[in-house]
Design a protein. Structure first.
Length: 172
């Protein structure tokens, strides 16, 4: 996803940028991109500052942490950036990653948004993806998906490793 900086003017302009999962080179441990990524953005420029305000839309495919079923979720995440164009000799490694704005060489014509989009998508992946909040998961004994069927396994058996704790509860 690349924007041409020299074509952005003070007059706000809307644009739609797209990238395939392959173009973004995004690898996620708990999810996979299931669609192209779209960035619907409003662009404007005031002197040497470029403003990007918009929404990144994408679909992720997950495997539920409880029942292992695959499920899909759509995301529409706001993304706002300010790119400050400065002479290249004024940019240090520390300055290049400012939180408030991105310092970028004035001599360059285009800016690649792939890193910011990859970071934004990565932050949306939950630590424990669930197909639904009340997912019952799998039976620990027979493996039946408890969202779809009931099983006849006994659940009252206490794991011998936890047996000592039940004695503490009985004492009270």
């Amino acid at each position: 996803m690349e924007i041409l900086l020299d074509r952005i003017t003070i007059e706000e302009k809307e644009s739609l940028l797209k990238a395939t999962p392959e173009e973004l080179e995004l690898s996620l441990d708990l999810a996979a991109l299931n669609s192209d990524v779209e960035f619907r953005v409003r662009l404007s420029r005031v002197e040497n500052e470029v403003f990007l305000n918009g929404t990144v839309n994408f679909d992720l495919k997950f495997s539920c942490a409880r029942c292992l079923d695959e499920f899909y979720r759509h995301f529409a995440v706001p993304m706002n950036l300010v790119i400050k164009l400065v002479p290249a000799e004024q940019i240090s490694d520390e300055d290049a990653t400012e939180d408030e704005f991105i310092l970028y060489p004035l001599s360059r014509d285009a800016y690649n948004l792939d890193r910011q989009v990859r970071d934004l998508i990565s932050l949306e992946v939950p630590m424990k993806p669930l197909c639904r909040e009340d997912c019952a998961g799998l039976c620990p004994q027979c493996g039946t998906n408890l969202n779809e069927n009931r099983c006849d396994c006994r659940r009252s058996e206490v794991d011998p490793r936890w047996e000592g704790l039940s004695k503490l509860n009985d004492a009270n």
